[in-house]
Design a protein around this ligand. Sequence first.
Ligand code: NI
Length: 185
Amino acid sequence: MVYPIVVYGSPVLRRKAGEVNKEEPGLKKFIADLWETMYKSDGVGLAAPQIGKSVRIFVIDTAELDKNDPALQDFKKTFINPEIIGRDGEMWNFNEGCLSLPKIREDVERKSKIRIQYFDENWDFHDEEYEGVKARVIQHEYDHLEGILFIDLLSPLRKKLLKGKLKDISKGKVDVDYQIKVIKN
Ligand code: NI
């Protein structure tokens, strides 16, 4: 099932998401829906709060991000109850977008390397290190579980310049080719 994407102005995007319970009924279906919604919206990542559920799950598939980068072609993973336990390396800029902030793209500074622990869809535990674009996308999605959006990482001036666009998004006034929704609670 394809969900509408919850956009800026919805409190669920600002909440710290709760841990996922392995026994939660409908969990498999929910993860399948997250994938389906991500592909339908042409995203490279999607976190559960973006479809209105405040739980610690996100999915990533970077294949569409850069067809010329073989390292990104097979990076497809489900992250459950993830924890970033280390960030390292240089700060670097990368142009980010977000399905919950339609039509906004900005250069965002983040650390280049991370170490993350998480469970996959089979509840196998992983402890892995990533760098570059993979670390970038993981940090972006992880932030969604913490109630953080990439606009929070911009300079006050950049953010001020986006004020009008953000206001329109929060009213659902944005022309985008996937279904969006503002949830007021
Ligand atoms: Ni996002």
